[in-house]
Design a protein around this ligand. Structure first.
Ligand code: SAM
Length: 287
């Protein structure tokens, strides 16, 4: 099968199948061989690896993944793409296509069945409308993971990488950095896709930590504190947390703990590092 990273080959396939792009599925297909090569090299795939690809589209990146990996499982929601994938991937015996919504799949079970429970690598040009749920699901589902190398909206990639004191810092930055080391590996302009997205894109690699960089008694509790602080970003942390009914915290209790940590009672959540959120969470759980 011809390399679909070359625009004329993609156009030929789309025309042959009279394919209509579905905006609701975030369909922007890659048509740039150098970007595809960059993603594959950033993902550091070997023949030992099982790769999970989310949203193969017409199979452009899947072809590259199939060449580099031991096996590839590609999960595609759009049933209209399945007959196309059968043709474009027909040369590969190491690819399995699953027609499903990735958020509904039991990924842990999939890794168990297809890779004997060994860590997998995720590589994807993600549908931008569900970037955050997909990433959080990958980390929280307990699927054994080595790394996630993904194309996302540029601004979202930046949000994952930044620390306190910047406007992009938020719950996503802290969640990603708790589970993984983020590194932006390429910026990708709209003309590398068909149709062109209205935003710039970036490839980011998230290398899973073997052990989280902070020790927390209860990670879910820390994340509920983080969510509550950034939901009310412009409030002080003491007000933001005591206003969140699910936490059941008084303003005085939060102020007392902040002061014990040597922090001002008027500090905002956006100024706290992951280490400080971990400490705050551990202290609030101690009676
Ligand atoms: N990998 C292809 C490429 O790079 O050319 C296509 C990428 S396109 C940005 C995103 C793909 O994800 C589309 O094929 C879309 O149909 C698929 N998709 C959207 N939502 C999905 C979901 N919930 N589960 C699985 N695939 C999904």
């Amino acid at each position: 099968m011809a390399n679909l990273g070359i625009p004329r080959n993609t156009i030929e396939v789309l025309q042959k199948y009279n394919f209509n792009f579905q905006k609701k599925f975030g369909q922007n297909f890659l048509i740039d061989t150098s970007v595809l090569e960059r993603i594959i090299s950033a993902a550091q795939i070997t023949k030992e690896d099982m790769v999970l690809e989310i949203g193969p589209g017409i199979g452009t990146m899947t072809q590259y993944l199939a060449e580099a990996a031991g096996s590839v499982v590609a999960v595609e929601i759009d049933k209209n793409l399945i007959p196309i994938l059968e043709e474009t991937l027909s040369a590969y015996t190491n690819v399995t296509v699953i027609n499903e919504d990735v958020l509904k799949l039991d990924l842990r079970q999939l890794a168990e069945e297809k890779n004997g429970g060994k860590p997998i690598k995720v590589v994807a040009n993600l549908p931008y409308y569900i970037t955050t749920p997909i990433i959080m699901n990958l980390f929280e589902s307990g699927v054994p993971l080595n790394s996630i190398t993904i194309m996302v909206q540029k601004e979202v990639a930046e949000r994952m990488q930044v620390g306190p004191g910047t406007k992009d810092y938020g719950a996503l930055s802290l969640a990603v950095q708790y589970y993984a080391k983020p590194e932006i590996v390429a910026n990708v302009p709209p003309n590398c896709f068909i149709p062109r997205p209205s935003v710039g894109s970036a490839v980011i690699r998230l290398t899973r930590h073997e052990k989280p960089p902070v020790e927390v008694k209860d990670a879910q509790y820390m994340f509920s504190l983080i969510r509550a602080s950034f939901n009310q970003r412009r409030k002080t942390l003491a007000n933001g947390l005591s206003n969140a009914p699910e936490l059941g915290l008084s303003r005085d209790r939060v102020t007392e703990v902040l002061e014990n940590m040597g922090l001002s009672a008027t500090i905002r959540g956006e100024a706290l590092t992951l280490e400080q959120f971990a400490e705050l969470s551990n202290r609030l759980l101690t009676k």
